[in-house]
Design a protein around this ligand. Structure first.
Ligand SMILES: C[S@@+](CC[C@H](N)C(=O)[O-])C[C@H]1O[C@@H](n2cnc3c(N)ncnc32)[C@H](O)[C@@H]1O
Length: 463
């Protein structure tokens, strides 16, 4: 692979002759693939993949390749992810009930892992600045089937007014110069220059300034990149320590991980030894850097913005109303026969409606102002005139539990259903049913007396 000269010279200087040659040779080596299973789904280990090669430091990560047309992917049982990239979410040690922010979230690799750790308790805010990437994020999180996720499409500074000192854990998986992607995606090299590295460094500092303000005192920041440049890795950690007196928390470095390099910081900061690097030549996966830092318990809390927020409270909730009795009855008729997860059991108390869309929010819309929300919690479905149609996200959430009102398709029927066709099935069920293949729910359908299963797989997802 033809590496940029400036890049080669830089790493020869940083690593020395021997180690730099090993590094360059590994860039020419074979890329590593992996996938993570989704413990939120019913019977989640019942998949058609080889589960013998576990990624060591993960709960549900494995080596191997999956395909985007697998039922496991379409039903949110699996997420394709580079094994090294599984580590930031693991290092967060997120536990049930916490308030968590994934600030640079699309396409959702780390958000899905964080949602799995939260297990529908607490809240995950998954934010993405790019509108097109935020759509992909929504699609991936919707499949994953968690019920406690707010997806926003904002620049980090715009989020601050809503979430000052709010989150227990924030992951900043920063946009970076992507040196750790050179092996998997050689095109990443085209953008590389030392100037680009410094541009990325400035952007990372800007993002982190917002992240710091949103972290509760005593909260944890996980910072990760998929690049090797010290300017974007150890030197960013050094900047956080100097500017905000954050404390670097030790990561238990395991086989295949290397320590961060104090000699690559300006002040020879020993604490960066507690951060980790995944080099190509270490054999875990692609390139990754991970640091975990603590915000001081005694950090000053500026509550000016909080007061202002209360005054303007209703702005984001202006066209949202609660359901009336008749609407609740219509919904109940359609979803009462399904096995609802605990998080949705009290939907009649919580459900809201906005422009026909009925949803159970992850965060009360009255507490959100002036931010672009992509989705908030679970959309139960659409309230049409005098009837209710359950939606795709609800189907994916119901995939968490065993369901009886379900039609199981064969392989050919499954392919037809993905195309959007209606199918004749042998079933005595009537009305809205869940549709599954290999015992994995992936859609709703509707059965009439003629045993024709009407297709409710969303047009945008059809194959
Ligand atoms: C490394 S990717 C995130 C990958 C994601 N965490 C995952 O695991 O699937 C970085 C993301 O940061 C976003 N980004 C770019 N510029 C940004 C900025 N100024 N502020 C916040 N996010 C930004 C990019 O659009 C991109 O989606």
């Amino acid at each position: 692979m033809q590496l940029p000269d400036e890049f080669k010279q830089k790493y020869e200087k940083l690593l020395g002759q021997n180690d730099s040659q090993k590094f360059f040779a590994a860039i020419d080596g074979k890329k590593v693939s992996g996938f993570r299973l989704n413990p939120l789904k019913d019977n989640y280990q019942d998949v058609s993949y080889d589960l013998n090669k576990k990624v060591p430091f993960t709960e549900n990560g494995y080596y191997g390749k999956i395909s985007g047309s697998d039922i496991e992917w379409l039903s949110g049982y699996v997420y394709s992810q580079d094994p090294s990239a599984m580590f930031p979410a693991e290092a967060s040690q997120v536990t049930r009930g916490q308030k968590v922010l994934d600030l640079c979230a699309a396409p959702g690799g780390k958000s899905t892992a964080l949602a799995a750790k939260l297990d529908n308790q607490g809240v995950l805010v998954a934010n993405e600045i790019s509108t097109s990437r935020a759509k992909k994020l929504r699609e991936n999180l919707e499949k994953w089937g968690a019920s406690n996720v707010l997806i926003t499409n904002e620049s980090p500074d715009k989020l601050v007014a809503n979430f000052k000192n709010y989150f227990d854990v924030i992951l900043v998986d920063a946009p970076c110069s992507g040196e750790g992607m050179f092996r998997k995606d050689p095109d990443a090299m085209k953008y590389w220059s030392q100037d680009y590295v410094l541009t990325c460094q400035n952007r990372q500092k800007e993002i982190l300034q917002s992240a710091y303000q949103m972290l509760v005192p005593g909260g944890k920041l996980v910072y990760s990149t998929c690049t090797y440049s010290p300017e974007e890795d150890e030197q960013i950690v050094e900047w956080l320590v100097n500017r905000y007196q954050m404390q670097v928390l030790p990561i238990n470095a395991q086989s295949g991980m290397s320590q961060g390099r104090p000699e690559w910081t300006k002040s020879n900061l020993n604490a960066v030894k507690d951060t980790v690097r995944f080099w190509f030549q270490n054999g875990v996966g692609e390139g990754q850097y991970v640091a975990v830092l603590l915000k001081n318990e005694l950090a000053k809390v500026d509550d000016n913005k909080c007061k202002k927020k209360r005054k303007n409270k209703k702005k984001n909730a202006s066209n949202i109303v609660r359901l009336n009795k008749e609407e609740k009855d219509l919904i109940d008729q359609q979803i009462d026969d399904f096995n609802l997860p605990t998080s949705l059991k009290d939907w009649p108390k919580k459900a809201l409606i906005r422009n026909e869309h009925v949803f159970v929010s992850a965060i009360d819309p009255e507490d959100l102002e002036n931010i672009h929300i992509v989705s908030n919690g679970v959309e139960l479905g659409i309230m049409k005139k005098k009837r209710f149609e359950p939606g795709q996200q609800l189907a994916q959430v119901l995939g968490q539990l065993p369901q009886e009102k379900k039609v199981e398709l064969g392989q050919e029927e499954f392919q037809k259903y993905l195309h959007g066709e209606a199918i004749k099935v042998e079933s005595t069920l009537k009305g809205f049913v869940l549709v599954s293949y290999k015992n994995k729910v992936f859609s709703f359908g509707k059965l009439g007396g003629d045993k024709i299963l009407k297709n409710y797989y969303p047009k945008g997802l059809r194959k």
